[in-house]
Design a protein around this ligand. Structure first.
Ligand code: AVJ
Length: 325
């Protein structure tokens, strides 16, 4: 057991950079009115959606979360050697701050900065973490990382490392992912590093099953989006009139998830009527999969080089360390 730094009064700080401008109604109606209807996957995560996602991670077919955890648990010592200790550890979209626990004892960060747009949930999760790790200064930041120009000046001066687990980068198209990596590199600054969880390209059937679990939890997660839209848009979506569709696009190496209209219908929402043809789809999520080669190419395009790579024996998932090149 590595020596714990001097215990001192746990320092917990919560910085609320204010709610991001709420243009969700305009954004949603624009997506529902276009020729190819789409809704951002961020709208999956209302309270029920977050619960359903936790259930997805327990399904036998959905391997990413448990595989990433086993990689972090098994290689935390080597990861800490590669990244170095006493870093300022940043985590966008930290939510429950679950995964970082697997690294804290090895990484011994100088401080931890979980960020998330859902302030309350983040604050509770971060405070719980402070109680369990009294030696770790925690500054929880309510912010939309993708819109954040700079980090608060109040943070301790230490080399920065950005932790982005769960293959959440996969929700971005490669162009958006490149922009995200450039933004992350800018915020971590010179000498900064990134540690990312990336789901790997693999056998079609394994991927198909992971997004079409036998228990139907992913289908419920996808359909629950319509309940969330009804609340946000004062809408009349009937989840029963849509069906869950998820398939792997081999050419583009991504899972494409849709809600498909079972019959022609008119839906009132956002003060307007949206028409659906029978079989018409709403794109709800891309989940891009990478190979080591395709990910290193993406990283290079963002001015980053792979400095560390850890994956499970079956080659299902990988954790990459990156630094500016
Ligand atoms: C949280 C975005 C990584 O794409 O695998 C799980 C979300 N969607 N099942 C993923 C998700 C359907 C998940 N990410």
């Amino acid at each position: 057991m590595t020596a714990q730094p001097q215990l001192h009064a746990p320092t917990f700080d919560y910085i609320d950079s204010g709610p991001p401008p709420d243009n969700s109604v305009a954004e949603l109606m624009a997506g529902l009115s276009g020729p190819r209807k789409r809704v951002s996957p961020k709208y999956f995560y209302d309270e029920r959606g977050s619960e359903l996602f936790e259930q997805i991670t327990e399904q036998p077919e959905y391997y990413p979360t448990r595989t990433e955890r086993s990689i972090l648990r098994q290689h935390c010592g080597d990861i800490a050697r590669r990244l170095g200790r006493r870093q300022l550890l940043l985590e966008p979209g930290a939510g429950s701050c679950e995964k970082v626990r697997l690294l804290l004892d090895s990484l011994q960060p100088a401080a931890y900065v979980p960020m998330d747009i859902s302030g309350e949930f983040l604050c509770q999760s971060a405070q719980r973490l402070t109680e369990e790790y009294p030696w770790l200064p925690v500054t929880a930041l309510r912010a939309d990382f993708t819109r954040m120009p700079a980090l608060p000046r109040a943070l301790p001066p230490a080399p920065r490392c950005l932790f982005y687990p769960g293959s959440t980068l996969g929700n971005f198209t490669p162009a958006e992912a490149r922009r995200f990596l450039c933004h992350a590199a800018r915020l971590t600054g010179p000498g900064g590093q990134l540690l990312l969880g990336i789901d790997l390209h693999k056998d079609h059937d394994v991927l198909h099953a992971a997004y079409n679990d036998a228990a139907g939890v992913t289908a419920a997660f996808n359909l629950n989006l319509l309940n969330h839209l009804n609340r946000l848009l004062d809408g009349e979506f009937d989840p029963g009139a849509f069906r869950h569709v998820a398939g792997y696009h081999r050419g583009r190496r991504r899972i494409e998830m849709y809600l498909e209209s079972r019959h022609a219908q008119h839906v009132r929402c956002g003060g307007r009527t949206v028409q659906f043809r029978r079989g018409e789809r709403i794109l709800t999520e891309y989940s891009c999969k990478y190979t080591r080669h395709s990910f290193s190419r993406l990283a290079r395009q963002a001015g980053l080089a792979i400095t560390g790579h850890w994956q499970d024996d079956a080659g299902l998932f990988a954790v990459f360390a990156l630094a500016g090149c």
